[in-house]
Design a protein around this ligand. Structure first.
Ligand code: SF4
Ligand code: F3S
Ligand code: FES
Length: 248
């Protein structure tokens, strides 16, 4: 049954803005993005929102609903009580372009800082052989749709603008873990994960994992194993002794 919902939507740009109140019709089975589209169609034609697939696969419609990072197209209106005010705001961690659209180029810059897959020399494409268990491990990470909700929610970035230079964030540390666990990758990625990409800033709060729409085990399957590799390298007594004896 259709009902009238109370929506509060952030409107503004890089200079500033505020929350505006709207009353919008909601029908059975609709998601928050449907309501934003109805707002555009009936009341505020210049409301800016980024979206593409409306199927939870392109990662474009990331925003915050009642303060929680979410995909607008995958958040059902039935999540909320009919008399609840639904507040929609842009992702807080990234600069606003306009209304619900943020500039996520920080993430593309960080992605470029991760060196590409480095197969051993002399192995031609098509000659690669991997065990199924290794394929499955990285397949989980490859489900990422680059929505950047994990980046938005991680307090290391969200609450500390100055950390952005030093911390790549969960999405990119997960990429480093994926490559580090790849049996054919010949690069040593452990020192850079800690020293250049800021793995040490992650204190395993798991908020990134909680908001991931692909339900990737970011913390348990990528970040913690990567931290263990750093710890093995630094605190393993044999490695420690080797470093002492042979390194100057
Ligand atoms: Fe989005 Fe999950 Fe990928 Fe992070 S890891 S960008 S939350 S899909
Ligand atoms: Fe941030 Fe996820 Fe670590 S939320 S602190 S990257 S576990
Ligand atoms: Fe593609 Fe929402 S519109 S993920």
């Amino acid at each position: 049954m259709a009902y009238q919902a109370s929506f509060r939507v952030w409107r503004g740009d890089a200079e500033g803005g505020d929350l505006r109140d709207y009353t919008v019709e909601v029908n059975d089975g609709e998601v928050v993005l449907d309501i934003i589209h109805r707002l555009q169609a009936t009341q505020v034609p210049d409301l800016a929102v980024r979206w593409n697939c409306k199927a939870g696969k392109c990662g474009s419609c990331s925003a915050e609903v009642n303060g929680r990072p979410r995909l607008l197209c995958m958040t059902r209106m039935s999540t909320f009580a009919e008399d609840e005010v639904v507040t929609v705001t842009p992702m807080r961690t990234f600069p606003v372009v306009r209304d619900l659209v943020t500039d996520v180029s920080f993430n593309y810059a960080k992605a470029r800082e991760v060196p590409a897959f480095a197969p051993p020399p002399g192995v031609a494409p098509g000659e690669y052989r991997m065990r199924q268990v290794d394929v499955e491990r990285s397949q989980e990470f490859r489900k990422c749709i680059e929505c950047f909700l994990c980046q938005d929610t991680c307090h290391v970035l969200r609450d500390h603008e100055d950390n952005k230079q030093r911390f790549a964030g969960p999405r990119h540390l997960m990429r480093i873990a994926e490559l580090e666990m790849h049996p054919l990758d010949s690069a040593d990625r452990v020192p850079a994960a800690q020293d250049e990409h800021g793995l040490g800033y992650c204190n395993i709060t798991k908020c990134c994992t909680e908001v991931c729409p692909e339900h990737i085990g970011i913390t348990d399957n990528a970040l913690i194993p990567l931290k263990e590799r750093v710890a093995d390298r630094r605190y393993d007594p044999i490695v420690w002794l080797g470093n002492k004896l042979f390194r100057r």
